[in-house]
Design a protein around this ligand. Structure first.
Ligand code: ATP
Ligand SMILES: O=c1ccn([C@@H]2O[C@H](COP(=O)(O)O)[C@@H](O)[C@H]2O)c(=O)[nH]1
Length: 236
């Protein structure tokens, strides 16, 4: 029996690059979709927010000196591209996916309308929330917290490039150790950068737990959905 009926899965944009320098690596996206299909077969309702780091950081040099809000809209558009690629791959794998955008771009994807998203989830469709929160100065982590709370997800699952929350960034400090669980308050007081503080605060206030785990570990998503102690649980 799965531990959750409805999840909000936050996928790292950067992880989509696989071994490439930027963009979307085909084998990587297919593998991620296989793992998503696996949990939908358990009867779990899946909503997804995907980051934009694989595309946006590739063009970020061009954004130097730009107005921050304009650069952030570029970042949001990058998440629309990733969402379209992910939904297309899911549809080809036999899932039914719908992309909903937080910014108006109706010739490309339908707008985010909460009741419609809930209807899709009830119907067993996978909903991909594109364009983050629709506002500059935010991140897709905050979008995951926001949409997770709005749709009544029981947990936000952050699938990222590290296998949990560490005492310091493990990519910079090899002596960092991993927490099996940590409270939102402690993560914020210690300024742990694995997720931004706005996202942590929103999840804490909404009592929405977050589990951080590796997107690269095969079977980790299924383990998490089945309630296994994978990665790090961030709790109230
Ligand atoms: N205390 C910490 N514990 C774990 N990871 C940390 C910590 N501090 C910083 N990090 C870094 O945070 C990164 C994950 O967060 P980030 O939001 O940047 O990536 P992401 O999930 O891949 O998002 P994007 O979609 O923007 O690529 C890790 O790759 C890790 O290097
Ligand atoms: O609500 C949002 C979400 C995202 N952005 C911009 O997009 C990029 C990419 O998102 P990541 O979470 O970093 O993958 C982000 O850096 C912002 O520039 C945004 O403005 N608002």
């Amino acid at each position: 029996m799965p531990a959750y009926q409805r999840i909000l899965l936050k996928l790292s944009g950067e992880a989509l690059m696989g071994d490439d320098a930027f963009g979307i690596n085909r084998a990587t996206i297919v593998r991620i979709v296989d793992e998503i299909a696996d949990v939908t077969r358990l009867g779990v309702q899946v909503a997804i927010v995907i980051g934009g780091g694989n595309i946006f950081r590739g063009v970020a040099g061009g954004s130097v000196g730009m107005d921050r809000a304009t650069a952030d809209y570029m970042g949001m558009l990058a998440t629309v591209m990733n969402s379209l690629a992910l939904a297309d791959t899911m549809n080809k794998a036999g899932l039914v996916a719908r992309v909903m955008s937080a910014i108006g771009i109706e010739q490309v994807v339908e707008p985010y309308v909460r009741p419609k998203a809930l209807q899709y989830l009830e119907e067993g469709k996978v909903v991909v929330f594109a364009a983050g929160t629709g506002n500059p100065f935010f991140t897709t982590d905050t979008a995951a917290a926001l949409r997770g709370a709005e749709i009544g997800a029981e947990v936000v699952l952050k699938a990222t490039k590290v296998d949990g929350v560490y005492t310091a960034d493990p990519n910079k400090d090899p002596s960092a150790t991993r927490y099996t669980s940590i409270s939102f308050d402690e993560a914020m007081v210690k300024n742990l950068q694995v997720m931004d503080a706005t996202a942590f605060a929103l999840c804490r206030d909404q009592k929405l737990p977050v589990r951080v785990f590796s997107i690269f570990k095969s079977g980790a998503l299924r383990n998490v959905v089945m309630g296994a102690d994978e990665g790090t649980l961030v709790h109230v």
